[in-house]
Design a protein around this ligand. Structure first.
Ligand code: MRU
Length: 369
């Protein structure tokens, strides 16, 4: 995607050809800062502090983290240590585990002399594949959006899509998942308008999704997290599209906290609720998402404080709760498959169910769980 006319990915190889550059997402939307990751520890820190975030981008950053580790020490023990350290950074998005499970055995079978080169090749491969996958997700989603738009009464001025968190190009290597659908609908001439959930506590919607949509010139309004139900009751939402950090084999989808409540409201109001995901976000070993997906708990400070630009134009953090208050911060929730109208994947659109997923990914039918 472009920033001020310049094409960017969310992670790329530095021109020195060994370190990895990222857009520091903790500084957006008020500052655009590129940070260079020079070690595996830098990559782990970037993931855990959410300088990079979003399921696919976490996986891609971990891949570069392994490459950086191999550059320092390509031994078996360091490969093991790097994979364990990176895996421990965030628990919910399965793309992290997926990327490491793809890289670790491959490197283990590569001679230590060839490991560095191989690790960088694998990281680049994961990034390039992610771009193609996300483009294809949007392409398939477009058919559904177009159909829904064509069903709206003649003379309708806009097609209103509600989204939660940031499932845009910042959350992936490029394009995004839910926002790939929105970008492609807009580019196809559908007059999209987006309701952007602010997405407390970290406000990925207000800060990142709004920033992306502004850059792309797509009409949108940021709304407080609790507004969605009201808008749906009054016919102001034509469709919801979110991303997911882990989709279970049974079609349950885990995404940013608050997604479940949007799905309940959508169900109650007959609003189609779609989830966009790349294949690597499916956890084929997880039979029941509600029961099994590990939900990240983050520090209370994210709830008690908000950060933003003050009247003097400086980025600052303020406390919104009484001193000494106790706060609880679950970062994700799981929406049961029964509330999901369908899944947008790179292979097509399917029902949120094991049968639906297997119709697109039949190679997982016989796997041992
Ligand atoms: O905590 P975050 O910001 O990493 O959460 C991100 C999300 O919940 C996204 O919706 C999800 O990763 C899918 S994005 C392609």
């Amino acid at each position: 995607m472009k920033i001020n006319g310049v094409p960017y990915r969310s992670i790329w190889l530095n021109k020195n050809a060994w370190s990895a550059d990222i857009i520091d997402q903790t500084r957006l939307p008020h500052e655009f800062v590129v940070k260079t990751l020079q070690s595996m520890q830098d990559a782990a820190e970037a993931i855990s502090t959410m300088r990079v975030r979003g399921a696919p981008l976490i996986g891609a950053t971990a891949a570069y983290g392994v490459a950086l580790a191999m550059r320092e020490d390509a031994s078996d023990s360091n490969l093991q240590l790097a994979c364990e350290t990176l895996l421990a950074t965030r628990p919910t998005a399965v793309n992290l585990r997926w990327a490491l499970a793809r890289i670790q055995p491959d490197l283990a079978e590569t001679s230590s002399g060839a490991r560095v080169e191989r690790a960088y090749a694998l990281a680049a491969e994961i990034c390039d594949e992610d771009v193609v996958i996300n483009y294809d997700i949007g392409r398939h989603a477009l058919t559904v959006i177009r159909e829904l738009w064509q069903k709206k009464p003649a003379g309708s001025e806009a097609f209103h899509i509600l989204t939660h968190c940031n499932a845009g190009w910042l959350a992936t290597v490029d394009w995004g998942t839910a926002l790939s659908a929105i970008y492609q609908a807009w580019d196809d001439g559908i007059p999209v308008h987006v309701w952007v959930d602010e997405t407390r506590p970290r406000n990925q919607g207000a800060a990142l999704t709004a920033w992306e949509l502004l850059s792309h010139g797509i009409p949108h309004d940021v709304i407080v997290d609790n507004a969605g139900g009201h808008l749906m009751q009054h016919g102001q939402v034509d469709m919801c599209i979110t991303g997911t950090d882990r989709t279970a084999r049974n079609g349950d989808v885990c995404n940013k906290i608050g997604t479940y409540l949007k799905a309940l409201a959508a169900h109650d109001n007959g609003v189609p609720f779609y989830v966009a995901l790349p294949g690597p976000t499916i956890d084929w070993q997880m039979d029941d998402g509600v029961k099994g997906i590990p939900i990240e708990r983050r520090e209370a400070l994210e709830v008690t404080h908000v950060s933003g630009k003050n009247a003097a134009g400086k980025v600052d953090s303020v406390q919104i709760t009484p001193d000494g208050v106790s706060a609880c911060n679950y970062a994700f929730d799981v929406t049961p498959a029964r509330l999901v109208t369908g899944l947008f994947t790179e292979r097509g659109v399917c029902a949120a169910s094991e049968a639906g997923l297997l119709s697109l990914y039949p190679e997982y039918g016989d796997m041992d769980k």
